[in-house]
Ligand binder design. Structure first.
Ligand code: 13P
Length: 211
């Protein structure tokens, strides 16, 4: 896919996420790897619903700006994901409502935040790891993500929001939408007697649909 098509895709997915309330204000950022090893990232303080494809930042593999507007302050977080996951071609970070609500709950399991509620959560999100709180754009946040990214393509930043890597932009967007849906379900079911998938059912899903 050419750079221009990928720029258009970032703007289209950004608008779609914004129009459905999954992104608001200037929260969230999207990146895509280019075949030459450079990568595209949404500019800092931009609204995902109103991106200009021509102004999207292009960076080298150390995070230096090559062209476009100044990049997202979370550039290091995206680089941390790419550094640990060689097959990842796209990373999406959102402040989507239900995922952020879950990220603020006490007593989460940091290595597997969601109970096993549905097959698609297991297949597309897998074990969601919780990253301790650091301020947005903090280098320590990128370091904490780097330590988890080898084992988890989806992580939840405490009191902040989800970050998901995928083999394509559509795969990363599908997975982060599934993550948001699962966070919503978890909140709806809190305090309700709930039938969870068994360990055997989860193992069977992981066997049939390896990530
Ligand atoms: P940027 O505007 O720098 O991309 O930051 C938005 C955000 O989501 C911070 O976590």
């Amino acid at each position: 896919m050419t750079e221009n098509i990928l720029r258009e895709q970032i703007a289209e997915f950004g608008k779609s996420l914004f129009n459905r309330g999954l992104a608001h204000g200037s929260a969230g950022n999207i990146s895509v790897k280019l075949p030459d090893g450079t990568w595209l990232l949404t500019p800092t303080n931009s609204c995902l619903g109103r991106l200009d494809p021509a102004k999207i930042s292009r960076l080298d593999n150390s995070g230096s700006l090559l062209s476009g507007d100044p990049p997202s302050k979370e550039a290091f977080l995206h680089l941390a994901m790419y550094g640990e996951r060689a097959s990842s071609r796209a990373v999406v970070h959102l402040h989507s409502l239900h995922s952020v609500a879950v990220s603020c709950l006490a007593d989460l399991n940091p290595s597997d935040v969601f109970p096993p509620l549905t097959a698609y959560a297991i297949m597309q999100v897998g074990k969601l790891a919780l990253v301790p709180y650091f301020p947005p754009g903090d280098q320590a946040l990128a370091g904490a993500v780097r330590r988890l990214a080898g084992k988890h393509h989806a992580v939840l930043l405490a009191n902040h929001g989800p970050v998901v890597a995928g083999s394509s932009l559509s795969a990363a967007v599908n997975a982060i939408e599934e993550l948001e849906q699962t966070a919503h379900l978890m909140l709806l079911l809190r305090g309700q007697p709930t039938s969870l998938l068994t360990a055997g059912q989860v193992a069977e899903l992981n066997r049939r649909f390896p990530s």
